[in-house]
Design a protein around this ligand. Structure first.
Ligand code: SIN
Ligand code: MN
Length: 267
């Protein structure tokens, strides 16, 4: 499975690409059905919102669940990931972000690659994420905001935020460890404008590790659940990989090239 040339050019220029209807509604339902079980079985990669009452994210679901393990091997995802990175790929990270109705908290402006570079020692930005909408996403339920073209600024160095929680928890909280400053956001938006990633469930959105993004609180009565799969090129494994800095649910240890498996045609 491949991205056509004009879509690929658009991805390279803007730093993201939206593909509506990439995943069937039956498969989305299977992915959603698992979430109830996850919330009943707490795991180290399960993260609560600040109030400590509701889940914010489930990390590393592919490590313990067959449906998510099949998802990472889907030809519709593996093909474009290999094409964009021009290499075989493995999963560096997978998460489901829940952003629940009325209470899901925000994600400040940031880039993703700085976390993989600083925390995991991933040497280059030969790494790509694909977000899959598990709900219909509108302007009301906390969509991601992108600054088109902002990936072209490269990895923007920033100091650790002083109010961010220590350790990996800061990397997934609403007070993120590495944020892009308001003055940088102003000048990037001046150049590239803003784009909000909205669409129906089953939509996939590819985005570059250096694309600057954020998302607001969800005060609507509609939940906003997404899965984000981050594929890394097998030639771009973390330096000193044996040190294994962050837990496996953030810094995947299985770095063998992924092989296709299509759950939709195997059940
Ligand atoms: C992220 O930036 O990793 C996720 C943002 C979101 O879930 O809105
Ligand atoms: Mn992010």
């Amino acid at each position: 499975m491949k991205i056509n040339k004009s879509d690929l050019n658009s991805y390279l220029e803007n730093g993201f690409l939206v593909q509506p209807n990439l995943i069937s509604l039956e498969e989305i339902q299977r992915l959603v059905d698992c979430l109830n079980d996850f919330s009943k079985t707490p795991k180290p990669g399960h993260v609560l919102e600040n109030e400590g009452k509701i889940y914010r994210a489930f990390h590393g679901c592919h490590l313990y669940d067959d449906t998510y393990n099949a998802l990472i091997r889907k030809p519709e995802l593996l093909g474009p990931a290999r094409q964009i990175l021009n290499d075989d790929v493995y999963i560096h990270q997978l998460k489901v972000n829940l952003k629940q109705a009325f209470s899901g908290e925000l994600w400040p402006w940031h880039q993703d690659y700085i976390y993989w570079r600083n925390e995991d020692k991933v040497p280059t930005n030969a790494i790509v994420s694909v977000m899959i909408f598990l709900d219909d996403i509108t302007e009301f339920n906390g969509p991601l905001y992108f600054i088109p073209g902002s990936h072209q600024a490269g990895c923007i160095d920033s100091d650790k935020a002083i109010d961010a929680p220590e350790g990996w928890e800061g990397n997934v909280s609403s007070s993120l460890t590495y944020q892009v400053s308001e003055s940088q956001i102003t000048s990037l938006v001046d150049k590239g404008g803003l784009f909000s990633a909205i669409g129906k469930k089953g939509t996939a959105v590819w985005f570059d590790g250096n694309l600057v993004h954020a998302s607001p609180q969800n005060i609507s009565p509609f939940q906003r659940r997404i899965a984000i799969l981050t594929y890394n090129a097998v030639s771009n494994v973390p330096l000193d990989a044996h040190i294994d800095r962050r837990p496996a649910f953030l810094n995947g240890r299985d770095r063998q090239p992924l092989v296709e498996f299509d759950l939709a045609t195997s059940v």
